[in-house]
Design a protein around this ligand. Structure first.
Ligand code: GLN
Length: 490
């Protein structure tokens, strides 16, 4: 069995029928991590328990204990998700030595579906960034060309998946962090509808926007992973009670007659010709497959980036207040505590523990929430956000899904944008709206730039309508021809 090409279903079936053991699969990927991680820096921590966990899965199979659909599938997890007994850093010095006493619900559900956790993946610090350059643990690199960023914030997930250091990964997406790195590294990434997946045990960045989701090789693997991790969770009151559909069984790439909305505002982004060409090609192919197009308008897309940065920074400033060096996390060293004030203590600890980008967001967010500015900024952004949601609701009366590029360009070079936060933020022009409106969004690989870097197509679905974007994604995948190519580091 070619473990680099096989689907989750194929490998899980082989493990369950003992054609291959979970231990063998795990060993195979651990040795790939050993070989490739020095080149890519995708893993922050590799689990020392992976083989023992795989043995346990094999034991369950030998005893015919019911084992789930991901039996023996090795996963890497973004370092935002708590893993019991396995260091969870959020890419920050602040949590450099944090070992959670419990699993995030997503991780617990993966495990009970039979998955093996190989380790924790690199990311921008506290998921703030688009290039992995803000990680305290050093930049993860793009396996297609190591002079380029893998995207962010879930860059480690995207790079590890593209280089097949794992069979599957989980990322989180607050403003595009699953979709943008998926696009930059040529993999499939889906951000589920807000409330579809539990946030319990995920380091909070912006609680009204954060969602976790699969970053994998194929749409089918994405569907299978998504149905394994989603659904109501009593530990997260924002999770929906809605029944979980069998996304993988319902997957259907016949999109004849489906109405796809062309986002009028997509010209707001300065789109690179390579992306434009790929996008037009995708539209042509979808048309050949029988899709119909309608032009739709979501006028407030224009304000999505400022709205997103205002709301996410405000929520972050409140969420990150807990890292004070008292309860847990990093604490600065002091020679003489008796002569200092509590404020000095906090300032020193937080000053040393957080990186520049995180500090910038905390300051911006604190300012937006402060009395006198709250109404003008945070409240106003909330009002516009509701209007954006309404505009989407109207758009979805006319179409089944909305299509656009994921980003305006393919991956950029390391350091190319890191000195200019605003240029970096504009990266998120097409992705942030889905988070603000709570919609499902997905990136599907579809072609390459003139420099050979992957380009993804963005599909946005209505609330809890992941199935439609998965189906359109499967249709695109069937004609993309991108799966045959492998990255430089592989
Ligand atoms: N690039 C965006 C940011 O820097 C998105 C982050 C995310 O989705 N976690 O905030």
């Amino acid at each position: 069995m070619d473990l680099l090409k096989a689907s989750f279903v194929e490998v899980a079936d082989a493990v369950k029928s003992k054609k291959i053991s979970a231990v063998e699969v795990t060993q195979f990927f651990l040795s790939r991590i050993e070989k490739l991680n020095p080149q890519l820096n995708a893993f922050i921590t590799v689990s020392e328990k992976a083989i023992a966990d795989a043995q346990e899965v094999d034991l369950k199979i030998s005893k015919s204990d019911c084992i789930g659909p991901l039996a023996g599938i090795p996963f890497g997890i973004k370092d935002m998700l708590c893993t019991k007994g396995l260091r969870t850093t959020a890419g920050s010095k602040m949590l450099e030595n944090f070992i959670p006493p419990y699993d995030a619900t997503v991780v617990a559900r993966l495990k009970s579906a039979g998955a093996i956790i190989l380790g924790k993946l690199n990311q921008d610090e506290f998921a703030m960034g688009s290039s992995n350059e803000t990680s305290y643990f050093g930049n993860c690199l793009n396996p297609w060309n190591t002079e380029y960023v893998p995207g962010g914030s879930s860059g480690g997930s995207a790079a590890a998946q593209a280089a097949r250091m794992v069979m599957g990964t989980i990322g989180t997406d607050t403003g595009g962090s699953i979709r943008q790195p998926s696009s930059f590294c040529g993999i499939v990434g889906i951000k589920p509808t807000y409330g579809r997946v539990s946030r319990y045990g995920i380091v909070a960045f912006a609680s009204s926007l954060d969602q976790a989701g699969p970053m994998v090789t194929s749409v089918q693997d994405a569907a299978l992973t998504l149905e394994s991790i989603c659904g109501h969770d009593s530990m997260d009151s924002t999770t929906s009670q809605k029944a979980v559909p069998s996304f993988s069984k319902n997957l259907n790439s016949n999109i004849k007659g489906m109405k796809i909305g062309l986002l009028k505002e997509y010209s707001l982004g300065k789109i690179h010709p390579d992306v434009e060409q790929t996008y037009q090609k995708a539209l042509e192919q979808l048309k050949l497959l029988g899709a119909e197009f309608v032009e739709i308008s979501v006028g407030l897309t224009e304000f999505a980036v400022p709205m997103y940065y205002l709301i996410s920074a405000s929520e972050a400033s409140s969420n990150l207040a807990r890292y004070d060096g008292v309860k847990y996390g990093f604490r600065a060293q002091f020679n003489d505590l008796s002569s200092m004030t509590l404020d000095d203590f906090y300032a020193e600890t937080r000053g040393q523990g957080f990186g520049t980008e995180v500090k910038r967001r905390i300051m911006l967010g604190t300012h937006c929430l402060s009395s006198g500015y709250y109404d003008a900024y945070y409240n106003k952004a909330g009002q516009v956000r509701r209007m954006l949601r309404d505009q989407y609701a109207q758009a979805f009366e006319q179409c089944d899904a909305i299509i656009s590029p994921v980003t305006t360009s393919a991956a950029f070079k390391i350091k190319e944008r890191s000195s200019d936060p605003l240029t970096m933020y504009m990266n998120d022009i097409f992705t942030t709206s889905a988070n603000l409106a709570g919609l499902a969004g997905m990136s599907v690989p579809f072609g390459f730039s003139s420099l050979g870097l992957p380009i993804g197509i963005h599909l946005v679905g209505s609330h809890f309508d992941e199935q439609k974007i998965l189906n359109i994604g499967a249709a695109l995948e069937s004609v993309s021809g991108t799966r045959e190519k492998t990255p430089h580091v592989y």
